[in-house]
Design a protein around this ligand. Structure first.
Ligand code: ADP
Length: 689
């Protein structure tokens, strides 16, 4: 039983440690040169920005008022001119030069910083998508698609914003604070103390803000999940919503979640509204104090404890630099906002990344052969590229493990119990039995959508776990009950997974394309789909809408059959449609299926027993176990469940005899007791009594 209610994604997300550090290690490192260039250019641009106020101050003192010498920080005096006009020209040149440097380096910084951020975002997005594709079916059983979408979209963008804006703004802030403080101390350490006394207050204020805002971000994020779920449910279940008249109910749900989101966002913004003006107020006070103290100093000499001289030029430098503080400080709340978002996004990115993939190739997995072979003769190849298609189930048991991704030991009750049988190449095996008996599950083990918990499934004598997943799946064709088609043309859907652009290239461009088209049409003919496709407005190039909604169920299924004809697999799985199609369509589908099944090992999940009377082997499943097996005639003679089901379907008897219904009930009771003993809520001795 599940150890906790959270899905695998949430569990792994919560386990992520130091997400941003990991982001820099795993994704930042390969692009580090962009970051370094960006940071360096940013620093140069900001430092150059400090030059005009400094030069202006010096020029005022040396050139205009004659109050001091013409000296510049760092630059040796010997390099500087001594005559007034030359000093003035140099000052102008320095100011113009510093603006040029700022401009050029801001450009370099923009290019480099964005390259870094977008390259990292690109890798995060593609890696997350690849990971998503590799994840086991167990992951998707928990319906976590909305969360994955959000990782691929929002989270990747959040990281981009953080890596670009937040990182560079922090660098700018650092340079400004350190650079300005340095210059101020260099010129007049006493007035610098007055000006910079606001900094400790600003730091305290910022710490207070961060502590107050963090829990509000956590609260906001938790409602984002609810809101997404509400939106997704309503969208994906739109047909159900309409038919059950629950529009108002769904609207309520979205409204509640959206309202909560609004409230929590506002509570963050209210703090921001205090923080930003607060910071500006501190900066303004620093400015006012500098102006007041400096102004008094100039007119009446050093106030109070101060003793140094202050020149007009230095005073101007102070006033100008103090003003430059304000803009970067006001960015602090944005930086914090972006940092908080990025941290949460990063946790989700790595949470997804850390989910283990259990169904994957062993290091020494071999290639089964055959399969995805684009050469022109493959369709006519009777031996399927060397794969004969013998299938063996050897004492196979299986349990869906709800939390298998978190704890592999955490298995639910078995839905397949000790199933053994063999199918020779070319055989047709029918699986029959009540809904929920495990027919689909049994065949998903052959496709390795799940792995058997006990026993082995073998193809041509190879355990399916010992061959590559790709070679296995390319040799097994699957026609599902509910066919999935993509939005695209019919031709694209038929050739999906068969011919890539590269294949047609190798066959010679346009000529290759024509050849492929011929084979698509051939396949459609074999699937009895050619006629209806031909009658569509654009024939094979007709677009069929999302999930193929513009086709009827019967048409979709024939397109799917054509796809498998093209695949030409050694083994075929047919999940017979339960939904009723008209008799004519059914006949067409049946004919195409018979043809498709003719020269390959075929498994049919049969809902109408009349379609599988010719099967070489029929397995009757009940509660995950094979309860009867044989041919149609043999099973009728045995007069068990199959014979009764046949009777009901043929209209000879009205309903299943009570004994079978009773047996099914008993099994469920037995299983409930087994579970209770396993969980320790009941002692087995008590039951024996
Ligand atoms: P059938 O194809 O005979 O109708 P299934 O193989 O679909 O039966 O289902 C067998 C049992 O496994 C049922 O009890 C069903 O509820 C359960 N089951 C099917 N799919 C899943 C899944 N993805 N996760 C958990 N349990 C499942």
């Amino acid at each position: 039983m599940a150890a906790d209610d959270r899905n695998a994604f949430e569990v792994y997300r919560d386990r992520v440690d130091r997400p941003l550090l990991r982001l820099f290690r795993e994704y930042g490192a390969p692009e580090a040169h962009w970051l370094v260039i960006g940071m360096a250019a940013n620093v140069v641009a900001r430092v150059a920005g400090l030059v005009p106020p400094v030069v202006l101050g010096v020029a005022i003192d040396a050139v205009f008022t004659g109050n001091g010498p013409y000296t510049l920080p760092i630059v040796p005096d010997a390099w500087l001119p001594t005559a007034g006009p030359a000093q003035f020209r140099l000052s102008v040149a320095l100011i113009v030069g510093s603006f040029l440097v700022t401009g050029v380096f801001t450009y370099v910084y923009g290019i480099a910083a964005n390259n870094f951020a977008h390259r990292v975002m690109h890798s995060v997005r593609t890696d997350s998508f690849d990971q998503m594709q590799r994840l086991d079916m167990t992951f998707f059983d928990d319906k976590q698609t909305g969360e994955v979408m959000s990782v691929l979209n929002n989270d990747a963008s959040n990281l981009e914003v953080f890596l670009d804006n937040a990182l560079q703004n922090s660098a700018r802030l650092g340079v400004m604070v350190v650079g300005i403080a340095g210059v101020l101390f260099y010129y007049n350490h006493e007035l610098a103390v007055v000006t910079l006394s606001a900094i400790p207050l600003m730091i305290l204020f910022t710490l207070w803000f961060m502590r107050a805002v963090e829990p509000r971000y956590v609260a906001q994020r938790s409602v984002v999940g609810d809101l997404n779920t509400a939106l997704e449910n309503a969208l994906s279940g739109v047909e159900l919503v309409k038919t059950s008249n629950t529009e108002a109910h769904e609207s309520d749900r979205v409204e509640t979640a959206s309202k909560q989101y609004f409230e929590r966002t506002m509570s963050i913004l209210r703090l921001n509204f205090v923080y930003r003006p607060g910071m500006e107020l501190f900066a303004g006070l620093a400015f006012a104090a500098t102006f007041a103290v400096g102004g008094y100093w100039l007119s009446a000499g050093p106030p109070g404890p101060f003793s140094t001289t202050l020149t007009v030029g230095t005073f101007v430098t102070f006033v100008l630099l103090t003003q430059q503080f304000v803009a970067p400080l006001a960015e602090v709340s944005n930086i914090i906002d972006q940092y908080e978002n990025a941290k949460a996004s990063c946790e989700r990115v790595f949470g997804l990344r850390d989910i283990p993939i259990r169904i994957t190739d062993d290091d020494d997995a071999s290639d089964l052969g055959g399969g995805n072979d684009a050469d022109a003769d493959a369709a006519a190849d009777p031996d399927h590229g060397g794969v004969a298609g013998a299938v063996e189930y050897d004492d196979v048991s299986f349990a869906y493990a709800e939390n298998a991704l978190v704890d592999p030991e955490d298995a639910d009750e078995e839905v397949i119990r000790n199933v053994s049988f063999e199918a020779d190449p070319g055989d047709t095996v029918a699986l029959v039995g009540p809904t929920g008996a495990g027919k689909s599950t049994l065949l998903k083990l052959l496709l390795r959508l799940y792995d058997a918990t006990e026993g082995a499934v073998r193809v041509d004598g190879h355990d399916v776990r010992d061959v590559t997943v790709e070679s296995l799946r390319s040799n097994v064709g699957y026609v599902a009950q509910d066919t999935t088609l993509f939005d695209g043309t019919i031709a694209e859907n038929i050739r999906y997974g068969r011919f890539t652009g590269a294949d047609t290239e190798s066959e010679g461009g346009a000529a290759g394309e024509t050849k492929v088209r011929e084979r698509v049409i051939e396949a459609a003919k074999a699937a009895e789909a050619h006629e209806f496709i031909d009658s569509l407005p654009d024939g094979y190039d007709t677009r069929i809408g999302e999930q193929g909604v513009k086709l009827s169920g019967g048409q979709r299924q024939r397109v799917a059959i054509a796809r498998v004809v093209l695949q030409d697999p050694a083994i075929l799985i047919l999940d017979e449609a339960t939904s009723a199609v008209d008799t004519e369509t059914e006949m067409l589908i049946q004919r195409s299926l018979d043809e498709l099944a003719a020269d390959r090992t075929t498994f049919v999940i049969a809902h109408r027993l009349s379609t599988v009377t010719d099967a070489d082997l029929t397995l009757v499943l009940e509660d995950g176990a094979v309860v009867e097996r044989g041919t149609h005639d043999g099973l009728l003679d045995a007069d068990g469940l199959y014979a009764k089901l046949w009777g009901v379907q043929a209209g000879e008897i009205d309903e299943l005899p009570e004994e079978f219904v009773e047996r099914a009930r008993e099994r469920h009771v037995d299983r409930a007791v087994e579970r209770a003993i396993e969980e320790g809520s009941v002692e087995s001795e008590t039951l024996d009594d």
